[in-house]
Design a protein around this ligand. Structure first.
Ligand SMILES: [Zn+2]
Length: 349
């Protein structure tokens, strides 16, 4: 009797899984047909004149219906924590247990990663996170942006771009989302996504009436397409810190729970600090930059944040704080050119 019950139960379970999978159509991605409950890794070629590269992308197509989530890591090639988190993510994702689809861009900027290039793609000297939506006939970086915009972002219901402090930046982790007053529904969905990432600091990008400028930024391209979009900033100094890698991994899995792609409750933070405005402090001189402050330090208007010397070590200027707030990120090593960012300060009131 027991055996009979078990076989009936197994049959019904098997049958319901098969029926659910049968209801979910294959996901078509750059000519590949990815069946429900399976995953596929693709090296997407990008060619611009004599220059070329690839974008490694894995598509996880769940066995049940759900939203399409796009994830990009490595838009900046020296931001290792996001890149390493994206490397580790596939072992936590089983498409037979997922509802919906995840498009994971493991590394958006392969040339910058392989050449250890700060902020820009060494092939054309352009910053990938300043050229969105890209151009179909542009330079290699513009073409990468175009491919990500059309093949990944355009396919998504929700989008997240993962960054860290670059190799010259000490950064305090935070999440961010786009908030435009004439897009209340998209902005609110993005806010909820940001909260689900579990960071105790959340920066509100935009915070104005409407998005009228060009996208420029990867996740703002999603916002421009009415897709709720968030960012993570976690990791720093061009190093791989296990703590940051794990924090990003947990945040991405928590976001997938919030979107019900994965089962379980998201690890939301109850009362995150909302940062509605930021001020950048940049250098008026080139030379050496000195500062004893660390990311996460609270600062006061008019206090001395650091100083700059010329190439002989002569004092050129003190760096004075323009506002009360908290240091989200700062340049932590000596080389400074005129116009380089020294501090990014989040306003806390
Ligand atoms: Zn970045």
């Amino acid at each position: 009797m027991k055996t009979l019950h078990l076989s009936v139960f197994l049959f019904i379970s098997f049958f319901s899984i098969m029926t659910a999978q049968a209801n979910v159509k294959p996901f078509l991605f750059v000519g590949e047909k990815i069946k429900a409950g399976t995953k596929k890794s693709v090296l997407l070629p990008v060619v611009s004149g004599q220059d070329s590269t690839v974008i490694p992308i894995t598509v996880f197509h769940g066995s049940k219906k759900g939203p399409v989530l796009g994830i990009t890591a490595g838009v900046h090639g020296l931001e290792y924590a996001p890149i390493m988190a994206a490397q580790a993510l596939p072992k936590h994702l089983d498409p037979t247990q997922m509802s919906g689809t995840v498009l994971l861009v493991h590394l958006a900027n392969v040339p910058a990663f392989l050449q250890r290039s700060l902020m820009v793609n060494p092939v054309d000297g352009k910053n990938l996170n300043r050229v969105f939506p890209g151009k179909s006939d542009g330079t290699l970086t513009e073409k990468i942006a175009f491919v990500i915009s059309t093949e990944v972002i355009a396919r998504c219901d929700n989008f997240i771009d993962v960054h860290a402090g670059d190799a010259n930046n000490d950064l305090r982790p935070y999440a961010g989302y786009y908030n435009y007053f004439d897009m209340p529904e998209v902005s609110e969905k993005a806010r909820q996504m940001a909260v689900s990432l579990g960071f105790d600091f959340i920066v509100q990008f935009g915070n104005e009436k409407s998005l009228t400028e060009e996208s420029i930024y990867c996740s703002r391209e999603a916002t421009k397409r009415n897709i709720p979009a968030v960012d993570i900033e976690c990791g720093r100094m061009g190093i791989v810190e296990e703590k940051s890698v794990l924090q990003i991994q947990q945040a991405l899995l928590s976001l997938m729970r919030h979107l019900q792609i994965l089962e379980g409750e998201p690890a939301s933070v109850r009362n995150p600090v909302m940062i509605a405005k930021r001020t950048s402090v940049s250098s008026k001189y080139e030379g050496f930059f000195y500062s004893d402050l660390t990311s996460g330090d609270y600062v006061k208007k008019d206090m001395k944040l650091g100083y700059i010397t010329d190439l002989f070590g002569n004092h050129l200027a003190d760096v004075i704080c323009p506002t009360d707030g908290v240091i989200l990120y700062k340049t932590f090593n000596p080389p400074i050119k005129q116009g380089d960012g020294l501090f990014n300060i989040g306003h806390t009131n």
